[in-house]
Design a binder for this molecule. Structure first.
Ligand SMILES: Cc1cc2nc3c(=O)[nH]c(=O)nc-3n(C[C@H](O)[C@H](O)[C@H](O)COP(=O)(O)OP(=O)(O)OC[C@H]3O[C@@H](n4cnc5c(N)ncnc54)[C@H](O)[C@@H]3O)c2cc1C
Length: 214
């Protein structure tokens, strides 16, 4: 689907790689993107109230409920099939990198990805199935920088700006489904996107609009 997708020539590959592909794809700087989405939502008349809910029955001020609470969504829907896949990133000052790099290893504690976002570069990463801890792991962080520096040596001495740890809210398949609360309030579930929630977000949102009662 990517118009300029092509196989790399041998000269374009980092040492140790037998093959690779090159393409221009959009990269999202999450803090910037989430602020943009929030602004857009507010400009469209939306309001935000942050609050922990222990049951979907607690919500009494909406005509429709959309359950999109990530890992928490499974608990709220009494769906025991959710699991975390822990991920860790290291954010460093950008030593001049303008192209992203990603090794397609699938689920692995030793991912390699380099995502430049202007002043900073996000380095990854890890994907540890079933691990719920969000505590920063300094050993994993060091290993991430070392792996990325093998691809681009400029990263070896780049100043670390932040560590980010998250849990990919994972299910065997994404659940986007219409339901009804006991009192008749329409309820739509939207969770289980694992490591692809950003990629799938606009498509799932469109599907939810189609599930709204008319
Ligand atoms: C390291 C890492 C790398 C990733 N890379 C990519 C990528 O390259 N591309 C991609 O598409 N996706 C990626 N993802 C996945 C993406 O971040 C997730 O799929 C996405 O964030 C899921 O969105 P969500 O809104 O369903 O859940 P979340 O982002 O987890 O948001 C759920 C929210 O609900 C809140 N909540 C939970 N329970 C309750 C409760 N009981 N009451 C009130 N609030 C509650 C939580 O606090 C949270 O704010 C990555 C994830 C990680 C961790």
């Amino acid at each position: 689907m990517l118009p300029d997708f092509r196989e790399c020539s041998p000269g374009e590959l980092p040492a140790g790689f037998e093959g690779g592909y090159r393409s221009t794809v959009p990269l999202i700087d999450m803090p910037v993107y989430l602020q943009y989405l929030l602004r857009r939502f507010r400009e469209a008349g939306g309001t935000v109230q942050q609050q922990f809910v222990s049951s979907l029955d607690e919500i009494d001020d909406g005509s429709v409920i959309v359950n999109c609470a990530g890992l928490g969504a499974g608990e709220l829907a009494a769906d025991g099939s959710m699991r975390p896949i822990r991920g860790q990133h290291v954010v460093v000052k950008n030593p001049g990198i303008t192209e992203f790099f990603s090794e397609d290893t699938g689920l692995s504690p030793d991912l390699v990805c380099i995502y430049p976002h202007g002043e900073t570069v996000v380095l990854g990463g890890t994907a540890i199935d079933g691990e719920p801890s969000l505590r920063e792991d300094p050993v994993a962080a060091r290993a991430i920088v070392e792996r990325c520096a093998e691809i681009d040596p400029r990263l070896a001495k780049a100043a670390i700006v932040a560590h980010r740890v998250g849990a990919r809210p994972t299910r065997s398949e994404v659940r986007v489904e219409a339901d009804v609360r006991e009192d008749g309030v329409p309820l739509i579930h939207n969770y289980g996107h694992g490591g692809s929630g950003v990629t799938l977000s606009w498509g799932c949102a469109r599907e939810i609009v189609g599930l709204l009662p008319s």
